[in-house]
Write a protein that binds this ligand. Structure first.
Ligand code: HEC
Length: 129
């Protein structure tokens, strides 16, 4: 039900700003592979991986209550869309010894869409307007 409402809203937005809205909507589907380990949204909790609410613009290793690897915490990275694009291509290359065991999204369009999807969520898990 909530999902149906979200899709309906997306379609309305698409007519106004096609490129961005479409990316985020596609990104929601591509995010399924991340969901195995990450939660996002108002009720998100740390799981295998940290909550990703507000991750775009956040300093690496700073979500409260999550037990990060030293590799991630000490990486000095701030998760801008550019850094996320590099990281999601190959997490182990950008953060050697990270405990994110994920081979990476090799498709540039998928990375772009997933980042657009992540960017919608503020630190409180609500979608920004
Ligand atoms: C197999 C589990 C797994 C999958 C799948 C996975 N991650 Fe992760 N992710 C983790 C873990 C564990 C960490 C913590 C890394 C550390 O502390 O070294 C992490 C960390 C991250 C971080 C850094 C967060 C921070 O606060 O510093 C981002 C961003 C991230 N993941 C995004 C993604 C995205 C986007 C996807 C899907 C394309 C994804 N991850 C898929 C397990 C996973």
């Amino acid at each position: 039900m909530v999902r149906a409402a979200f899709l309906a809203v997306t379609f309305v937005v698409v007519s106004g700003a096609p490129a961005l809205a479409q990316n985020a909507a596609t990104g929601e589907k591509d995010f399924i592979v991340c969901r195995a380990c990450h939660q996002i949204g108002p009720n998100a909790k740390n799981a295998v991986g940290p909550v990703l609410n507000g991750v775009v613009g956040r300093k690496a290793g700073t979500y409260p209550g999550y037990n990060y690897s030293a590799a991630n915490k000490d990486s000095g990275i701030t998760w801008t869309p550019e850094e996320l694009d590099k990281y999601l291509t190959s997490p182990q290359t950008v953060v050697p010894h990270t405990k994110m065991i994920f081979p990476g999204l090799k498709d540039a369009q998928k990375r772009k869409d997933v980042i657009a999807y992540l960017e919608q969520f503020g630190p409180d898990g609500q979608k920004k307007q």
